[in-house]
Design a protein around this ligand. Structure first.
Ligand code: SF4
Length: 424
């Protein structure tokens, strides 16, 4: 029996000819990532080892993104702790306010991730980089500490489920709708410790932004990783962003999948995940009349330039509904700058939205848009657990940037198609 794409990367990094599901391996890391919440714990553990340097100062990334610009004294102390460590260890990829962005948007943009890499991050959405044909997964802070010290990590080789994509998405449908559709189908624990391997002729119809969004939310189905085959779009993206050489791994013809799902992209409608789990999905025509208080467009899931463009296409020449606080957060400084050059920020501000510096902010209920009791938000983020964005009795509805923007205009969860024919 052959190997899946994930298994091939893991075998390569472990220096083995072959691996099988459930095998324990020790593999070499291409990058170890931490943020302002998880890195302090990892650094504390690293310090206990008494080492005076990390395994490779080019292969550790520390991104101050969650509670920055510092929301309170604790956040400020945590960032200072990481900053001092980064300076002491000569960490090349330390990103502080002014350079930082939401980590999973930042690393691909900075060219720190290429196909064939093995990456761990003390953050569950590290699985994002599967979009580039890399194996990447979230780990705990102690694993990050060991990774920073040794450049290696233990893994249990995952089994895999294949998602064969066909067709092309309709207007106002994007990667977010695809992954919400899939999570609605398999459930939040449907892929527990498995690889979600995407394949099929429909892959070429997905932009890199769509793929990054889909891989980002693999963890919301419980998956170890979510990985896309490397094609021309991947190679072009990597060539533009990185001077590193990608290594292409392909699944064997006879690779073993526990299950194969066929997904026709043309049949997917705009999809919304209702509180309080990403699996509680409804298509936009099943949503009903749900009034909202806030809209957030941003995060590692949907804070890229393509997401800003999607939101701007809806908001151009329109106003957000009275009483709907609309918060737009470009995920990185480059996305912020590109949005500015394209006139998108002006569109947002004219519509009555605010534009924030890059930060995770409201995504995890940190700052920049906390919900009060009973309030409802439509967010392009990836989690809608109880209290995720504020009060335990608030509600978060997950959706694409197009649906979020249309909802901001109409003051209720709405389809972008509802704006057709209305002035814009
Ligand atoms: Fe985590 Fe949200 Fe930040 Fe992404 S944007 S890294 S999900 S807190």
């Amino acid at each position: 029996m052959g190997m899946t794409m994930t298994q091939k990367i893991l075998a390569n990094k472990a220096g083995l000819d072959k691996v099988v599901p459930d095998q324990l391996i020790l593999a070499d890391l291409d990058m170890a990532l931490g943020n302002d919440i998880t890195a302090p714990v990892a650094i504390g553990e690293f310090r206990k080892l008494g080492l005076d340097k990390v395994f490779d100062e080019k292969k550790v990334s520390l991104v101050m993104d969650h509670f920055t610009p510092n929301k309170d004294i604790k956040a400020a102390e945590q960032c200072r702790y990481v900053r001092e460590f980064a300076n002491e260890m000569d960490i090349e990829n330390f990103y502080d306010v002014g350079e930082m962005g939401v980590e999973h948007a930042l690393l691909p943009e900075k060219g720190l991730v290429v196909a064939g890499d093995l990456i761990i991050g003390a953050d569950s959405h590290t699985c994002t980089y599967g979009a580039l044909g890399a194996f990447s997964t979230g780990v705990g802070s102690t694993d990050l500490a060991a990774g920073m010290a040794t450049g290696k990590a233990w893994f249990k080789v995952p089994s895999a489920v294949q998602f064969v994509l066909t067709g092309e998405m309709q207007e106002h449908v994007s990667g977010k709708d695809v992954i919400l559709h899939i999570i609605g189908m398999v459930g939040v624990d449907g892929m527990l410790y498995k690889s979600m391997e995407f394949a099929g002729p429909g892959v070429k119809n997905l932009s890199m932004s769509d793929r990054l969004c889909i891989s980002n939310m693999a963890i919301e189905a419980g998956a170890k990783n979510g990985i896309f085959p490397v094609d021309e779009k991947t190679l072009e993206y990597i060539a533009v962003h990185s001077d590193r050489k990608p290594v292409i791994f392909e699944a064997d013809e006879d690779a073993e999948y526990e299950k194969v799902y066929e997904i026709n992209l043309s049949e997917i409608k705009p999809t919304v995940a209702f509180p309080h789990l990403p699996e509680n999905t409804r298509t936009i025509d099943e949503v009903g009349d749900i009034k909202i208080d806030q809209v957030v467009v941003g995060s590692c899931t949907n804070g890229r330039l393509e997401d800003m463009i999607m939101a701007a296409e809806i908001l151009k020449g329109r106003k957000v509904a009275k009483g709907v606080r609309t918060i737009i957060i470009p995920a990185t400084q480059k996305i912020y700058m590109d949005s500015m050059k394209m006139g998108l920020l002006e569109i947002f501000i004219n519509a009555g939205a605010i534009v924030s510096t890059p930060t995770c902010g409201p995504c995890l209920g940190g700052h920049m848009g906390i919900l009060a009791k009973g309030e409802r938000a439509v967010a392009t983020t990836n989690r809608n657990f109880v209290g995720r964005m504020g009060h335990p009795e608030s509600e978060v509805y997950l959706a694409s940037p197009s649906v979020a923007a249309a909802s901001a205009v109409l003051g209720r969860i709405a389809s972008p198609a509802e704006l057709n024919g209305r002035e814009g």
